[in-house]
Design a protein. Structure first.
Length: 95
């Protein structure tokens, strides 16, 4: 199933892409190849394969959020270039 040059130009217009003649030709070839692969996949019997949204199992890779004591304030502010009481002092972001 080949995609026409006009279809490539239409999709480029919808996507607000300014394509050169060379890019349009290259995309026409590449998209036609992709559609050929899709046609081949459509010919394969997939009736026994369950639908999947994820090909690898999902799992949470983060550690459990458990409360623990924080570092002492003096240790945290030890290398602060500027501080005010127990806080970091930073330049104003908005004037």
């Amino acid at each position: 199933m080949a995609i026409s040059r006009e279809e490539v130009e239409h999709v480029a217009f919808l996507a607000r892409l300014g394509l050169t003649e060379e890019e349009t030709t290259r995309l026409q070839e590449q998209l036609s190849t992709i559609l050929d692969y899709m046609r081949t996949i459509n010919e394969v019997d997939t009736s026994e394969i369950p639908p999947t949204a994820q090909v690898i199992p999902l799992r949470n890779v983060m550690r459990p959020d458990e409360p623990r004591p924080s570092l002492p304030v003096e240790q945290i502010l030890a290398n602060a270039p500027d501080r005010e009481d127990n806080h970091f002092r930073v330049p104003p972001v908005l004037d």
